[in-house]
Structure formats: structure tokens, C-alpha cells
Write a protein that binds this ligand. Sequence first.
Ligand SMILES: Cc1cc2nc3c(=O)[nH]c(=O)nc-3n(C[C@H](O)[C@H](O)[C@H](O)COP(=O)(O)OP(=O)(O)OC[C@H]3O[C@@H](n4cnc5c(N)ncnc54)[C@H](O)[C@@H]3O)c2cc1C
Ligand code: FES
Ligand code: FES
Length: 501
Amino acid sequence: MRDYILLYVNGREHKLRGAQAFAPISDFLRLDLALCGTKVVCAEGDCGACSVMLGRPQSATADRLTYVPVNSCIQFAYQLDRAHIVTVEGLKLGAALNPLQQSMVDCNGAQCGYCTPGFVVALCGAANQLCGKQKEVNKAGKACLSEKQVKDALTGNLCRCTGYEGIIKAGMDFDLSAFKSFAELYDEKPILESLRQHAKEPVTIEWEGRSVFLPADLESAVQFLGDKAGAQKKVTIVSGGTDVSVVINKRGVTPAVTMSLCNMAGLDDLSEKEVDGRRILTVGARVTLAQLEHYFKDRVPQFHYVLWVYGSPQIRQAGTLAGNIGNGSPIADSLPFLFAMGADVEVTGPDGPRRIPIQSFYKGYKTLAMEPAEMISRVFIPLPKSDEILRLYKISKRQHLDISSFTAAIVVRVKHDKIAYARVVLGGVGPVVLRLTEVEEFLQGKVNKLETFKGAGRMARKIIEPIDDVRGSREYRLQLAENIFQRFFYEMHESKEKALV
Ligand SMILES: Cc1cc2nc3c(=O)[nH]c(=O)nc-3n(C[C@H](O)[C@H](O)[C@H](O)COP(=O)(O)OP(=O)(O)OC[C@H]3O[C@@H](n4cnc5c(N)ncnc54)[C@H](O)[C@@H]3O)c2cc1C
Ligand code: FES
Ligand code: FES
């Protein structure tokens, strides 16, 4: 059993024990390594000032590290075992600025400069992804990042004083062919060898009455959960940490026993198979939201859009579907789709795996139908059929990086101009996500016309019990619930020629 976190920072090895293992990695970078380029502003994943690149091998046999941007303020050291972190200091070419850093200077991309390292890291991450791939060419004939690539990379980074024009220009203006990939900047061979050598070791660290366990597989994770449940000890499971770490930072909660899934092998499956004429997607508990976003791009554009506007790249690269389900928020963005498709959640405990329909998974506000000795291991999602019309709605104050005020999923199958089948799901209108079976029954067999959907909206309004909160009033949510059915009708008819799924 290993008793330290093995971490590489800008190519150098570190072993973290004691307090260091239980702190956000931004603390270690800034306070222990004096790498103060990484800034901490919000400490809750909202501003991107603390962005760093996180490199890991994608599989046990991978011969290179794959780098993704993450928010170091909500990545605790126990989430980063066997990883390579590249900070803004590690992006320089010796004493010289790299081409993107120089472009930020040339395009006046900074004023106070507090946000700048985060922008630089996020843009270098986008540039790194394109190394070795075909690139766009700008008017000056230079290989470059496109405006969309720059904007997509920066949705998780806030600047309060420069204005984005200079920053976006800097991102689009630098010569990508002069950019050195992280694999060129760092000799990955010894890092990979060391990471591989320590791959199958479970890790336990104890410090001042707290402990964290990093299982290497599902079996040892479940055994650990069973032992702790037997001793009446609550275990906080951490997957991407984008919920848990915020609670620790902002509410001062310090879990006594933590289990971090960052080293867990065998739960990264993302595969489809046909069962009774329908494609079923299996999503392992370690699959990130970013992987799902990529996966759904051409398969289910509606869900892809929900994932594209979900948090920011930094959040999606860390956060998981299992974590979104486990958090159990009534405004969790993945849930309307899972409810509409009739997904099953597989939980595994000492007695093995069992499947729980997502509709029965929530007993009340953030109360799950899971035993303390169980954890989510997989999710099975039936995918829409070609004759089903699916629409997903996220209503929030801004498009990206915002929590929903209201969510909805509506699926219908229309035959001979009548509704043969309907599923209706609303989120943000009660303590749990709701499937409105009465409205579904009302719709079934009715003529596919505006009046039918207006009637469904009026009915939905009577069933739900939303509350007033900072994201919207009760009356606003009632109106949204009523109106969403008309919007669905109009969208369905506007896009008749196009498949909507
Ligand atoms: C800046 C920011 C933006 C966000 N934007 C959105 C958004 O747009 N939409 C949205 O829905 N959410 C959003 N979130 C919330 C969060 O990112 C998601 O809920 C995410 O899916 C959580 O996944 P995770 O792996 O990080 O979960 P964690 O934080 O690791 O865990 C979340 C909960 O699930 C439990 N859990 C995790 N894995 C398992 C498992 N395998 N078995 C059992 N329990 C488990 C944990 O114990 C915890 O209770 C945002 C959060 C932040 C900080
Ligand atoms: S400090 Fe704002 S995202 Fe980390
Ligand atoms: S330059 Fe001041 S916050 Fe961006």
C-alpha cells in the first residue's frame, strides 16, 4: 500500500503526504513550489484563473500523455495521483515566451494580468490538441486557431478588465506551427514509465483524523465501502470533484473518510450494443463529461449541445456523468435526457452489481436509492430511435458556465399525425427531476397540433410545485413549464424535414 500521492509538475517528480495530500493542488503549486503564476480567485471552478494542464496516459498501454485543462482550485492532490501537471511557468521555451504568450503581449491581451495565466494555459491546451493535426490557416498564411476554437477553449475563463477582443485576437493571431507541444517540451518517457510502475498500487493516506483511499479497481473500492459501512463511517466518494471540492472550499466541510476514484481501472467503458432493436450505450463511472460531449456530437446533437454548454472545458474534463447523477441535483443537466431515455444506473456493492431505473433512483432531494456500501459503476442509456423526436432544454441566465433555472426533455413518436408515444421530463420544478406520466398519457393518441401541446402545458403547470430561489421565481418556472410544450411543437414543425435527434 502506497502512502503518498505521486505527482509530476513541469517535469519534476513530487511525493505528497500529510496535509499536502488533502489540499487543492493550487495550494501546493503556489505555497510549496512558489509557482505563483497559477492564481486563485473564486476557488469554485467559475473563473479559470487557476487553470493548469493535466496530463495522464489515456490507457494502460498509451505511449504518450494526453493533456486537458482543469481548475486547480477544485482538484485536490488526492485526485491527481499519477499525473503530470503543466503550469503557466512550464509553458515557456527556456527564457523566452512561447508564441501564444508573446501574442498576448503583442495584442494587448492583459491589463491587471490576474486572469492572464489562466487564459494562456487554456489557449495553449487548445494549441497542444492541434499539434500534429491539420490546422486552419489565417489571412497571413499562418497556421492558427479558429475563432470558434479560441472561444470554445475560453468559456471557462473570465477577465474583468481587459475585454475579450485582445485576448481572442491573441488566440487567433499566433503561429501554431511555431508552438511546441507538451510532448516536445517534456521528456514523457521516464514519467510514463514511473506512472505505469505505480499503476496497480492502492494508496492510503492518513492525516490528523482524516483519511483518503485510492482504490485501483472496483473490487477493492466496494470492499472498502463495505468495511466502512459496517463501522458506521460515511465515505465521501470523489470522482471529478467538481461538486465535492466546491463544497469543501466554500462550506468548510472536511470529510473524515474520502475515496478518490482517480486511479480506478475498469470503469472507463463507453460502448454501444443493440438490445431488442434499440442501441444501448454503456457509460463507465470514470467517463468524463468531455468524453461524452465528443461521443454524442454526431450521434445525438441535442444531448451534445447540453454537454457543450455544460460548465466549461475545465469542468467537463474533470466532471463525470456518475458524479452528476450522484450529486442528485434537481437541475443537473444530464438527468432530463437520462429520464427521457429510460436509463438504468448500475450500482455495485459487496453483493455485486444491480440496476436501478433512473426514475426510481431519487427518493427525495439529494436522497439516492443506493446503500452506503454501494457506488455507481455504470450507466446504461437507450439511445433515441430514428422515428423519435427528442428535444432537450436548458434555461439559464447565460449560455455557458451557468447553472440551469429550469430543464426539460420531451420525446414523441408521431404516427399518421397522432402522437403514438410521449415522454415528458422537467427539472428545477421540485426537489427531484420529474417524469410527468399524466401529461404523457394526455398526449398519447391525440392529434399532433398546437392545441394538444397547449393543453399539455396547462396540465404540467397544475402538477408541478416549483419554489422561488435565486435562479428564478415559482411563477417564472410555472410559465416556463407551460410554454415549453408550445416551443416543442413549433420546433418539431419547423424542422420537419430534418431529423431532430
Ligand atoms: C463551475 C461549475 C460549473 C458547473 N456547471 C454545471 C452545469 O452546467 N450543469 C450541471 O448539471 N452541473 C454543473 N456543475 C456541477 C458538477 O460539475 C456536475 O454535477 C458534475 O457532473 C459532477 O461530476 P464529478 O465527477 O465532478 O462529481 P464529484 O464532485 O466527484 O461528485 C459529485 C457527487 O457524486 C458522488 N459520486 C461521484 N462519483 C460517484 C460514484 N461513482 N458512485 C457514487 N457516488 C458518486 C460524490 O460523492 C458526490 O456526492 C458545475 C460545477 C461547477 C464547479
Ligand atoms: S480560482 Fe476560479 S476557477 Fe479556480
Ligand atoms: S486582465 Fe484583469 S482580470 Fe483580466
